[in-house]
Write a protein that binds this ligand. Structure first.
Ligand code: ADP
Ligand code: ASP
Ligand code: MG
Length: 406
């Protein structure tokens, strides 16, 4: 008898029929003799609708209240699923994040899991229950409800799998697994049979939101294999795991893209020690996650500094940065939210310097202007105009012949 954690996303439980379908899948896993813990997302676009409602009530809804409100989406789906399973004759119980022992810090809307106290879940499993846990939520030491950030149910699932010592965490979603690029954008994208944590971290971190980045981080840390498969079919899906990916010979594994970025350029910055710290320390203090940073070579002791962040952080970043720019006697701050990024990812990149040239050539052939470049050992990222991102993804997919996998 194995212990399996399964996670079902919003599309998979969008209406009553879908919930019944998911219940049948869970029942089949139970019938095979497994203990089953299920983590569930809110139905369909419930979370978006709740956010819209909150913003109809207040210009800046209280973060604490907003977290309680959003957590209800997952409570609804978990209870409906437990009722369905019980009606089918299976012992099942729903638990909120707090009841399931998901303890977090108090950073509302982006809380981090500090500890999973799985006593209650284990007790329910031992009494023979299928345990349905409301995803995306936790509780602080003060018993305040928190949420883990959009897409956070994946992280709940992997955290539970790690704390329970589950064999595998299975994520069932609306695609058949991890593809070489977002299949909604690139119809000829190829399904990967497996992918290493390292590459998946780069894919998820650079825009492939098919698995929550922090779920992959936890998977790697606790060595929990994560299977990503469709909740609509019985196909085998993609296994995210440690060790070398079988696709390694392919050198480039996939293309990720992200439209949710904005950039700020601080123009005419005096080039002297301490300036970067003066700019980035206050941003970090304001909780703004700065991504790519580029500083030009200085001319006559003056330089430009450009960096990117999530679009939602742009106005706050400008609010923080403008007074500092004045203080350090920079000329001006320019913001631009019409940018996006495309990344080429694969463990083969580290040993093949030619891949960067191939990427830049493919982009130039499409008339794309590269504004910034950043790299890791296994990734090359270009910041480009937002309007050109989708075309760039398709062009890169062709340039690296990812549809054939040769
Ligand atoms: P869930 O609600 O089940 O967590 P998500 O919508 O968060 O599902 O993630 C699935 C979506 O991720 C897919 O519908 C797909 O459009 C998108 N996606 C982006 N990049 C990829 C990729 N490389 N492979 C598969 N899906 C991807
Ligand atoms: N319901 C939340 C969201 O839409 C969490 C999740 O689905 O993972 O972001
Ligand atoms: Mg998701």
């Amino acid at each position: 008898m194995a212990l399996i954690v399964q996670k079902y996303g919003g599309t998979s439980v969008a209406d009553a029929d879908r919930i019944k379908d998911v219940a049948r899948r869970i029942a089949a896993t139970r019938d095979e003799g497994n203990q089953v813990v299920v983590v569930i997302s809110a139905m369909g676009d419930t979370t978006d609708r709740l956010i819209e409602l909150a913003y109809q009530m207040a210009r800046e809804p209280s973060e604490r209240e907003l977290d309680v409100l959003l957590s209800t989406g997952e409570i609804v789906s978990s209870t409906l699923l437990a009722m369905t399973l019980r009606d089918m004759g299976y012992a099942a119980i729903s638990l909120s994040g707090a009841q399931a022992g998901i303890h977090t810090d108090s950073a509302h809307s982006r809380a981090r899991i500090l500890e999973v106290e799985s006593k209650r879940v284990i007790k329910e499993l031992e009494t023979g229950n299928i345990v349905i846990v409301a995803g995306f939520q936790g509780v602080t030491g003060e018993m305040d409800v928190t949420t883990l950030g959009r897409g956070g149910s994946d992280t709940t699932a992997v955290a539970l799998a790690a704390s329970l010592g589950a064999e595998v965490c299975q994520k069932y979603t609306d695609v058949e697994g991890i593809y070489t690029a977002d299949p909604r954008l690139v119809p000829e994208a190829r399904l990967l049979s497996d992918i290493g944590y390292e590459e998946m971290l780069e894919m998820a971190g650079y825009g492939a939101r098919v698995v929550h980045l922090r779920a992959v981080e936890l998977g790697e840390l606790y060595n929990i294999p994560i299977l990503v498969a469709s909740s609509f079919t019985q196909k085998p899906g993609t296994l995210i795991h440690g060790g070398a990916s079988m696709e390694v010979r392919n050198k480039v594994t996939g293309i990720a893209h992200d439209l949710d970025i904005a950039k700020i350029t601080v123009v005419g910055v005096p080039d002297r020690p301490g300036i970067a710290a003066a700019i980035f320390q206050p941003l970090a203090k304001a909780g703004i996650n700065v991504d790519t940073v580029v500083q030009n070579a200085s001319i006559d002791g003056v330089t430009d500094l450009t960096f990117t962040m999530a679009k939602r952080d742009l106005s706050e970043a400008m609010r923080v940065i403008e007074p500092i720019a004045k203080l350090i006697k920079a000329r001006e701050c320019i913001s631009d939210s019409r940018v996006g990024k495309v990344s080429v990812i694969g463990t083969g990149i580290q040993s093949h310097p030619g891949y960067a040239a191939r990427m830049f050539t493919a982009l130039s052939e499409r008339g794309v202007n590269i504004q910034m470049i950043s790299t890791s050992e296994i990734r090359i990222t270009c910041i480009i105009e937002e309007a050109g991102v989708e075309d760039a993804v398709r062009a890169l997919h062709r340039a690296f012949e990812l549809e054939t996998g040769e």
